[in-house]
Ligand binder design. Structure first.
Ligand SMILES: *[C@@H]1O[C@H](CO)[C@@H](O)[C@H](O)[C@H]1NC(C)=O
Ligand SMILES: *[C@@H]1O[C@H](CO)[C@@H](O)[C@H](O)[C@H]1NC(C)=O
Ligand SMILES: *[C@@H]1O[C@H](CO)[C@@H](O)[C@H](O)[C@H]1NC(C)=O
Ligand SMILES: *[C@@H]1O[C@H](CO)[C@@H](O)[C@H](O)[C@H]1NC(C)=O
Ligand SMILES: *[C@@H]1O[C@H](CO)[C@@H](O)[C@H](O)[C@H]1NC(C)=O
Ligand SMILES: *[C@@H]1O[C@H](CO)[C@@H](O)[C@H](O)[C@H]1NC(C)=O
Ligand SMILES: *[C@@H]1O[C@H](CO)[C@@H](O)[C@H](O)[C@H]1NC(C)=O
Ligand SMILES: CC(=O)N[C@H]1CO[C@H](CO)[C@@H](O)[C@@H]1O
Length: 657
């Protein structure tokens, strides 16, 4: 059933609400090399930088015909991962940008954001989001803020060399998250401020547990503590043993705090590579505080663009490093440093999370972080983490001044006429949600396909012992078609054996673009979010799923993967129906400026389509009609949507009938 959901935007001038939209502080202008006239219109903000790189050369000697022989039972498969969820690839949202991304308060939520999350939720059942970053350490919960906003930044109040501002926020932030959870089943990671363990501020845990309850997954204790010394947040001698001691202070405080009912959901150590995780494990932290720890976590970026941002390190030419993201060894190299730790986590009964990652720290690279190549890379890297027994990975989302965002709200002063920009790596997250689906029981194995060729990796996914899906990649960018490859798939025994389990037909969804450098014409099963400012958070275009008949005499199925591209192969109609064929509808938007508009929607349809019971909704109303309302009953205004955007308040009235 279709829903029509019209949103109206009303503009109110409020000069007191001026928020900068950056997460990289002391930002120098990024992305000077604007190559099209579009750049002029969009002021060179990194998120819309039109730089297009040149694909790496076509490798010689690529084998373009190879077989993939799958066992019909996982019992015979070596190295299958632990069970994985469709929500594996979530998002890490910098605390300072939540009012742009989520909405200005609990009743003014951003519809494009809800739509994007609904896409993951309808495939995976839930969405994982971490809210944090450097600002979590000095964040202060206050009763209220000038102008009634839920969050604001006070600049130059911390000694941190990155210039991280102090973040002030109200409980409305937690209510905003709760209301988002009610709509799209988001599960949250937060952080307990850790800048001063002599004066702990545990209120985020007290209020967070009260407001978010089971939607709250856990609290980071420290964000990148291995960088505290470098950022002047701790003495230069700060070492893992010091972190162990401070972690213990938090454990004791949480245990003694009667307002924090959950004692076992702390997260450590969230190190970023300056310390190895082993250096922390060696302190005995996990064994000592096992009953307090819910998760183990790290954060990692494979490279950085900090010269462009801070003048630190040496300049990196995006064109030169592009090829480093365009083969299977990239993810394998990154993950290798954590294999000890994922095994250690399993041995200690703790899930292991990549709490923050993306192509490159300090904002990523123009032309690279927002390219189809980055989408292939993030998909492969994500699956490699899953194969290596991570239990989740959060793609970082910053403000306008980064290149790597999975999604970017419009610049603050352009919200009146532009919509959202969905980045290439958001496609990776959608594909992963279908790769694992909603069962929570999907196990993945890296097949080292095609003789282990770094350009044509493949993974198989098993559920309940049987192969259900395959993910095939082609990293090569070759418009001639000569580097397209054909994989010949068979399951169980070969034609001459009795235990052949090759299906009669398979279904295939392609992640496609004409080149690894492409930034706009990226499609998943034929659908796209379009280019900069073109998205309301819904996939556009008609879905196209290929059905391939298998050869019944040879018991083989042939799938061709274009160069470049990736394909998700559904090995049975059940596997397709499970995660590949979502039937729900998301929140649609129609922007009408300078009017208050209303929309109609049948609440029972929405409640059903989003998989929740309408009776549990308690959304507050900020309708111009006034009065609180719940979803049940007709003519109830339940949600108003908008964003704090510079000097403009953008809000949207939305009426359910
Ligand atoms: C949410 O924001 C709107 C628009 O600024 C405002 O009218 C409303 O009072 C806010 N709600 C709360 C609970 O602060
Ligand atoms: C920790 O952060 C709080 C809030 O921003 C600040 O008031 C305090 O001075 C900081 N403490 C240290 C030791 O930096
Ligand atoms: C493949 O990626 C690795 C790791 O990023 C990189 O070192 C190597 O140069 C790449 N190989 C080719 C042929 O591009
Ligand atoms: C993993 O642990 C082993 C044994 O403790 C050690 O030799 C090795 O260096 C570790 N590997 C990594 C990548 O840290
Ligand atoms: C992941 O965990 C499973 C189950 O313990 C194990 O068999 C497999 O070898 C692990 N994979 C890696 C890459 O460590
Ligand atoms: C938006 O803000 C940027 C930076 O402050 C400015 O350069 C640009 O002219 C503004 N654009 C519009 C349309 O006001
Ligand atoms: C978009 O890319 C596809 C390949 O993925 C190609 O077939 C199509 O022609 C492209 N469309 C445009 C408008 O460039
Ligand atoms: C379901 C839910 O959490 N609703 C909350 C939405 O936000 C308001 C505050 O603005 C709360 O009162 C509701 O409980």
């Amino acid at each position: 059933m279709r829903l029509f959901h019209h949103l109206a935007f009303v503009f109110l001038v409020s000069s007191s609400l001026v928020n900068a939209s950056v997460t990289i502080y002391h930002q120098l202008p990024l992305g000077g090399s604007t190559t099209t006239s579009a750049a002029a219109t969009y002021t060179g903000a990194a998120a819309y930088d039109p730089t297009v790189l040149t694909p790496p050369p076509v490798p010689t000697g690529l084998t373009t015909q190879f077989a993939i022989q799958l066992s019909s039972s996982s019992a015979a498969v070596q190295g299958l991962s632990i069970p994985q969820k469709g929500s594996f690839m979530g998002f890490s949202v910098e605390f300072t940008v939540i009012n742009q991304i989520f909405g200005i308060n609990a009743t003014y939520l951003q519809v494009p954001f809800l739509n994007l999350m609904a896409l993951i939720r309808e495939r995976a059942g839930e969405v994982l989001i971490r809210v944090g970053g450097n600002t979590q350490e000095t964040a202060v919960l206050v009763d209220s803020l000038p102008g009634g906003v839920m969050m604001t930044k006070e600049h130059l109040t911390t000694g941190d060399v990155t210039g991280t501002p102090t973040l002030l926020y109200t409980t409305e932030v937690l209510y905003t998250m709760a209301n988002i959870s009610a709509l799209v089943n988001t599960k949250w990671f937060l952080g307990i401020p850790f800048n001063d363990t002599n004066n702990l501020r545990l209120d985020i845990a007290e209020v967070g547990e009260a407001v978010l309850s089971s939607n709250l997954l856990g609290f980071q204790v420290g964000n990148e503590p291995d960088l505290y010394a470098a950022h002047s947040n701790r003495p230069s001698t700060y070492a893992p043993a010091d972190y162990f001691g401070e972690f213990g202070i938090v454990v004791q405080a949480v245990n003694n705090d009667g307002n924090i009912p959950v004692k076992n959901n702390l997260i450590a150590p969230s190190v970023s590579g300056t310390w190895t995780p082993e250096a922390v494990w060696d302190t005995g932290l996990v064994e000592t505080y096992s009953s307090s720890l819910g998760w183990l976590a790290v954060e990692h970026y494979p490279t950085n663009n900090c010269f462009a941002t801070y003048g630190v390190g040496s300049p990196v030419d995006p064109q030169e490093v592009f090829q480093n993201f365009l083969n299977h060894t990239s993810g394998i190299y990154i993950v290798a440093a954590y294999l000890n730790s994922t095994a250690f986590a399993q041995a200690n009964g703790k899930p292991f999370i990549m709490m923050e990652t993306n192509t490159a720290s300090c904002g990523g690279f123009p032309g690279l972080s927002d390219s189809f190549g980055a989408a292939l890379w993030a998909l492969d890297y994500g699956l490699q983490m899953a194969y290596s027994n991570f239990s989740g990975a959060m793609l970082h989302v910053g403000g306008q001044d980064v290149y790597y965002n999975p999604f970017t709200p419009p610049p603050t002063n352009q919200s009146t006429y532009h919509q959202w920009t969905v980045g290439a790596v958001f496609y990776s997250s959608i594909v992963i949600s279908e790769v694992f689906g909603p069962s929570g029981n999907a196990q993945i194995v890296d097949l080292q396909a095609n003789g282990g060729s770094m350009f044509t990796p493949a993974y198989a996914i098993f559920e309940n012992g049987a192969p259900v899906r395959l993910m095939l990649f082609n990293y090569v960018s070759d418009p001639s078609g000569a580097s397209d490859y054909t994989a010949t798939i068979s399951i169980g025994g070969s034609a001459i054996n009795q235990d052949n389990a090759t299906p009669s037909q398979i279904q295939v969804k392609y992640l496609a673009a004409p080149s690894v450098s492409e930034k706009v014409n990226i499609t998943w099963a034929g659908q796209s979010f379009g280019g900069p400012f073109e998205s309301d958070g819904r996939l556009q275009g008609s879905e196209s799923v290929q059905t391939i008949n298998c050869d019944q005499s040879s018991n083989t199925c042939q799938v061709t993967i274009p160069a470049p591209g990736a394909a998700l192969v559904f090995l049975s109609s059940d596997a397709y129906g499970e995660s590949g064929n979502p039937s729900t509808e998301t929140f649609s938007t129609t922007m009408v400026t300078k009017t208050v508009n209303t929309a109609t929607i049948n609440p029972t349809v929405l409640a059903t389509s989003n998989g929740m019971s309408g009776s549990t909704w308690e959304l507050g109303s900020t309708s111009h009609e006034g009065g609180a309302a719940t979803l049940r009953g007709s003519m109830s205004v339940v949600s108003v949507v908008g964003a704090v955007v510079g000097a403009v308040v953008l809000s949207t009235g939305l009426l359910w009938t």
